[in-house]
Design a protein around this ligand. Structure first.
Ligand SMILES: O=P(O)(O)OC[C@H]1O[C@H](OP(=O)(O)OP(=O)(O)O)[C@H](O)[C@@H]1O
Ligand SMILES: O=c1cc[nH]c(=O)[nH]1
Ligand SMILES: [Mg+2]
Length: 208
């Protein structure tokens, strides 16, 4: 069964609390999402496999450890885009893939309109990023697409999760670990997370 990791670092919690405030500007929201994604990148990469290699220091040869796996960040458009730069600050060699999904407002099911993935996406570790895990349809759909392309080592990183979304991802993809900064109370009748932070994509791009 997949593990649920609650990222309770004080800086992550503080920044998330600022983001929930409906009165902050689009600019501030974007800056905070990038900052919080960078902090979350530190936590989500904690168990990445390392391999040994050698390096010549100015003094002697040293046996050192470097990341063993190729890393890819897969952003679910649009809101996941807001997490990419923060992640790349800590994992600058990661490749970036994009999956375009929007939720049908009536069925709440995801509609795919785009994808572009790194070559050989099946090799290495994938971190799927999207700030909001609500019904879980978008995340589960994105993970399904990645699996169909052969990917195996997939982790999901969301800023806020609803219990319903966690359950769905776990049911459909029991091997995928989920990292989140908050598990909120529930979904409202329109599928929005309560209390959540509203529509992350709209707040990020000023389209509300
Ligand atoms: O768990 P779910 O119920 O699928 O909801 C979560 C999805 O909803 C939002 O995207 P949205 O459809 O608003 O698209 P946007 O990012 O382009 O605004 C959010 O960024 C997730 O992708
Ligand atoms: O609360 C929610 C639910 C889905 N998508 C969002 O952006 N926010
Ligand atoms: Mg949206």
């Amino acid at each position: 069964m997949s593990e649920l990791h609650l990222l309770d670092h004080p800086l992550i919690q503080h920044k998330l609390s600022l983001m929930r405030d409906k009165n902050i500007s689009c600019k501030k929201f974007r800056e905070l999402l990038e900052e919080v994604a960078m902090l979350m990148a530190y936590e989500v990469t904690r168990n990445l496999p390392l391999e040994e290699t050698k390096v010549q220091t100015p003094i002697a040869e040293a046996r050192v450890k470097v990341l063993a796996a190729r890393m890819s960040i897969i952003a679910i458009l649009r809101a996941g885009l807001g997490m990419v730069n923060g992640m790349l600050r800590l994992i600058p060699t990661a490749r970036v893939g994009h999956i375009g999904l929007y939720r049908d407002p009536h069925t709440l099911e995801p509609v795919q309109y785009y994808y572009k993935l790194p070559k050989d996406v099946a090799d290495g570790e994938l971190i799927v990023v999207d700030p909001m895990l609500a019904t879980g349809g978008s995340a589960a759909g994105a993970i399904q697409l990645l699996k169909e392309k052969g990917a195996r080592d997939i982790t999901l990183l969301s800023l806020i999760a609803a219990p319903e979304g966690i359950q769905r991802v776990r049911r459909e993809h029991p091997e995928v670990d989920i990292y989140t900064a908050a598990v909120d109370e529930r979904l409202n009748d329109h599928g929005y997370i309560v209390p959540g932070l509203g529509d992350a994509g709209d707040r990020l791009f000023g389209t509300e």
